[in-house]
Write a protein that binds this ligand. Structure first.
Ligand SMILES: Nc1ncnc2c1ncn2[C@@H]1O[C@H](COP(=O)(O)OP(=O)(O)OP(=O)(O)O)[C@@H](O)[C@H]1O
Ligand SMILES: [Mg+2]
Length: 234
């Protein structure tokens, strides 16, 4: 579904990605891990063309997309749940969702208001509330709902549960399990790793703009101590 190789990206003169690689297969849930400032968000931005890569390859469904403008990449079927959520504070929940609604690639129309409200009943209850009045958890649900309304084939979630209470985190992860069950491919950035091992298929660890470890959840479990200590611990 997605294959990233040799990806380089920079902010002005400051290079941040130095040959990043990762891959997400059809129907897979893959995590991208790494300490603060190592390049996770930049990787996501480079995949989407928001920070255009200076070198390397991004293949989506077999097609090279590096260098294409963000709106075209998004239309190929990649949805983003951005770090910080970015819901419209002065639009209602319903308006936030309707604002991003569109038919997906190959005429996909699986997602509409009803389907999002079914996934997140809380959003149905808050349908007429302003985006800015929502709790952090509700905003995150809305951010996921907004991405789903574009009918993507691949969902990129940057900091899926940051700052959320444990029960809300569980609720978000449960929703991701359901989306994966429905065949959506997911690339997930989340500071919590252990609770995601059952849900995720594979993992990539980034340090200073490079992938330093990759493996399955079983691989991760058998090396968890070393990985946590070398690349994830503070
Ligand atoms: N807009 C920007 N301009 C300049 N430098 C930036 C910008 N955004 C990020 N950086 C720098 O790029 C590096 C990678 O940042 P990035 O946001 O990709 O890391 P991250 O792994 O997502 O971190 P976090 O876990 O804190 O979200 C950091 O050194 C950061 O300071
Ligand atoms: Mg980040």
């Amino acid at each position: 579904m997605l294959e990233v190789q040799g990806l380089q990206a920079a902010y002005g003169d400051s290079q941040v990605l130095f040959g990043m690689r990762l891959a997400v297969g059809a129907g897979e849930l893959v995590t991208l891990m790494g300490r603060n400032g190592m390049g996770k968000t930049t990787t996501v931005r480079a995949i989407l063309g928001l920070t255009p890569p200076t070198a390397g390859s991004v293949r989506f469904r077999g097609r090279e997309i590096a260098g294409q403008p963000p709106h075209r990449i998004a239309r190929l079927g990649i949805g983003l749940v951005p770090e910080g959520r970015h819901v419209f504070p002065r639009l209602t929940v319903r308006e936030n969702l309707v604002a991003t609604a569109r038919t997906g690639p190959e005429g996909r129309r699986s997602w509409n208001l009803g389907a999002v409200y079914d996934l997140f009943p809380r959003l149905a209850e808050r349908s007429n509330a302003m985006g800015g009045q929502l709790s952090g958890g509700e905003q995150q649900m809305l951010a996921i709902g907004r991405a789903l309304m574009t009918n993507p084939l691949l969902l990129l979630l940057d900091e899926a549960t940051e700052g959320l209470a444990p029960l809300i985190r569980q609720e978000i992860w449960r929703s991701l399990a359901r989306l994966k069950g429905e065949g959506l491919a997911i690339l997930l950035i989340d500071k919590h790793v252990e609770p995601l091992l059952d849900l995720a298929d594979r993992h990539f660890v980034v340090e200073k703009g490079r992938c330093v470890w990759q493996g399955t959840s079983a691989d991760f479990r058998s090396e968890a101590g070393r990985i946590q200590q070398r690349w994830l611990g503070v």
